[in-house]
Design a binder for this molecule. Structure first.
Ligand code: SF4
Length: 259
């Protein structure tokens, strides 16, 4: 069976191999901090509403949260009307899933919105948090690399004619102002991503064989910042659950035992 991988799985793997094992191979769900959980819930609610709008389904504001999300949605439509106009594109696909087999792995992506023109393709992704000040970390994020890679491999668009744009909206602002970051893709990046994915799959296959022989994937070193708010900190005895190792007394401090 090939490995099933997504951008989330690659992101977790790049953060901590043991966490990847717990989530994807052990199928464990840990204790997620409340703030992290509510951000995830906002994100999925907003994506759901955007999809409903695209399908032309009636939208009803049943709660203060819904009102806030609609405000964000309308702000997006006002700011970039062309991405919501089906007549501006050869094809316009919402929540569109694609899979790609590469060696021993299948990579699956889900595009929030895919805009296909005659010779250009744009990948659009919605984010429900403020636009980051520095775009470098986002340019290095697995989503920014994997999404254009899979599109280039599964369509006629050359990498140089693909781009990825993140749109950031902030729920609970009275007047949300959407902001964006666009990353053009290129043939050079495509080759680099292929090389990285190929190496990563080979490494993961070796790790999987070792895991099936009872050898867990490595943890992060003790004291790592990522362990502080990790859902598996208790299981790993890291962060707030770290067990302090008692300091050993020096030889001169140990009283002589008279036999
Ligand atoms: S607590 Fe640390 S070592 Fe354990 S899974 Fe989380 S990040 Fe990895």
């Amino acid at each position: 069976m090939p490995l099933q991988l997504s951008q989330s799985a690659l992101t977790v793997l790049s953060l901590c191999q043991r966490k990847f094992q717990h989530v994807y191979w052990d199928q464990l769900s840990g204790l997620m901090p409340t703030e992290q959980r509510s951000h995830l819930e906002w994100g999925s609610r907003f994506h759901h509403l955007m999809q409903q709008r695209d399908l032309g389904l009636p939208l009803h504001a049943n709660s203060a949260d819904d009102v806030s999300f609609y405000r964000c949605m309308e702000a997006l439509v006002q700011t970039v009307p062309q991405i919501f106009d089906p007549s501006a594109w050869r094809d316009r696909l919402s929540e569109h899933r694609r899979s790609l087999r590469l060696g021993d792995a299948v990579f699956t992506v889900v595009y929030d919105l895919l805009l296909l023109g005659d010779d250009q393709a744009q990948i659009i992704d919605w984010k429900t948090y403020p636009r980051p000040q520095q775009s470098h970390w986002l340019s290095q994020h697995w989503q920014t690399r994997l999404y254009p890679f899979v599109l280039a491999e599964t369509s006629d668009y050359s990498p140089d004619h693909i781009s990825m744009t993140y749109w950031f909206v902030q729920p609970y602002l009275t007047e949300p102002i959407p902001q964006s970051i666009t990353f053009p893709y290129s043939t050079a990046q495509h080759q680099q991503t292929r090389q990285r994915l190929t190496t990563l799959v080979e490494h993961l296959m070796a790790s999987l064989a070792a895991y099936q022989d009872g050898q867990p994937l490595p943890q992060l070193p003790e004291g790592s910042a990522a362990c502080e708010d990790c859902a598996f900190a208790l299981r790993c005895q890291r962060g707030a659950y770290a067990i302090a190792t008692p300091a050993l007394p020096t030889l001169t401090d140990i009283a002589e035992v008279v036999l």
